[in-house]
Ligand binder design. Sequence first.
Ligand SMILES: NC(=O)c1ccc[n+]([C@@H]2O[C@H](COP(=O)([O-])OP(=O)(O)OC[C@H]3O[C@@H](n4cnc5c(N)ncnc54)[C@H](OP(=O)(O)O)[C@@H]3O)[C@@H](O)[C@H]2O)c1
Length: 524
Amino acid sequence: MSLAPTLSGAVSAPSLGSSHKAVQSCTLVIFGASGDLTSRKLIPALHQLFLEGQMPARFRVFGFARREKSDAGWRAELREALARFSRTQPVDDARWASFAENLYYHCGDLADGAAYQSLAARINAPDDAALQHNLVFYMATSPSHFGAVADRLHAVGLLQRKEDGDALWQRVVVEKPFGHDEASAHALNNQLTQHIRERQVFRIDHYLGKETVQNIMMFRFSNSIFERLWNRESVEHVQITVSEEIGVGGRGGYYEEAGALRDMVQNHLLQVLSLIAMEPPVSLHAESIRSEKVKLLQSITPLTAESVRRQAVRGQYFAGSHGGEPRKGYRQEEKVSSDSHVETFVALKLFIDNWRWSGVPFYLRTGKNLPVRASEVRVQFRPTPNVLFAAQATPESALQSNALTLRLQPDEGISLHFNGKVPGNSPKLRPVRMHFDYDSEFGAYTPEAYERLLLEAMAGDATLFIRRDEVEAAWRIVDSIRAGWGGAALSNREFYAAGTWGPVAADDLLAPLGHEWHNPQPLP
Ligand SMILES: NC(=O)c1ccc[n+]([C@@H]2O[C@H](COP(=O)([O-])OP(=O)(O)OC[C@H]3O[C@@H](n4cnc5c(N)ncnc54)[C@H](OP(=O)(O)O)[C@@H]3O)[C@@H](O)[C@H]2O)c1
């Protein structure tokens, strides 16, 4: 995809879209090698990159975890997982074998210094500077380990501060959640950057690896007709919905600690918001884009205890049904307290205090056990002065103001909603939709987010990763909302039946300005 020279500067190397990066030979170490993320996402992604010829010429992957296994045993387990999780089916055994000969298992406890020494010895075994010193450490373990693992890697000489001109490199990729509030994120940032520079830290939000999330920026800044309307003069409000169809399932224990605000809003929703609302970056380089995202987060009007009451709604599902199937209430889920007040739904009304967006409400909502799984952004434009057609309007054919919907997943596409004349003699109007569908236009191409993210981490491009100040700014917003809620009990208006679009309180949030939620539609 090419961009207008005035926006991008160096158009020839659009970092966001580049999938053909020169990646130097390197060694990856995955901490948490026997975990769910490794078998479901990381190894299938690396395998896919290998099939597509995007892995470096020489590479090795070490998996680190406590369970005893041999290299062969780990490879056999991963091969089995691939049969379920690879997006290329059936898996070609010969190609798998050439990929798998680069995989090694390293048994050890994250708290055991000797395990890092033996890891260093294995990493340094081949007489190959790139494999010895170009290192990616992927933290796919519980977040409580991240800081200590970095300390221990540093202690055995595997992780060091690198300067820009250094030919060899070391990077740390950190899974979410990055901290549980601003103070813990700040402390973890300090711990990590004791040994390495900020630009060696790659904080994951897998949403940013999704093709369609990247498309937001491309769409905004390469289409002049929309960018001209992208401001308070034309936009009445914006809605961002990330709805999940499933309940918390087996993740009740985790959810009791996290809740929807920390699990979804702090990262995915605020990321989408910043891409939708940020100013054009001066170039497509990582620091320019990330600086604009941080500026946007910093311009969100701070929430006080009083404004949280008016602008932040929690919800929790009770037993209901979905598609004719009964669904449990949250309090009946495994490892959930029977009087829990943890939120499984959040809706927010945020304002952005800058020149472009002053006074425009941004409504964000996310929840579990909603009717469909979908992520959508709806930009609702201001209505026309309704002087010409007011007389013809009936409740069935009321004029609707224009809207643009960016469907991020599934069924990625863009729809423009406008009014069209109904054919015939009467002057009736009806809302109609012009739809663009990525699959029909470009063919079904849905690379997994982790393929892109792993490739970018190996290539050293941090555009799709969260910067230190960004993660802390996002936590500051979330912390202020949590402080406003103050652990108070949920009211009746905050409960919703599983399988519905959330609590009544979420509708109340939009009502004062006469707005309404637009619910994503299920696939036809
Ligand atoms: N799963 C997902 O889809 C997903 C999505 C987004 C983010 N994440 C994040 O990714 C990380 C990993 O998630 P996961 O679902 O893969 O977790 P998991 O299935 O519980 O796996 C945890 C891994 O850590 C290892 N481990 C735990 N304690 C250890 C110790 N003391 N020493 C050595 N290894 C240890 C475990 O292996 P042993 O028991 O063999 O030691 C296991 O391999 C978490 O930060 C999570 O929040 C996961």
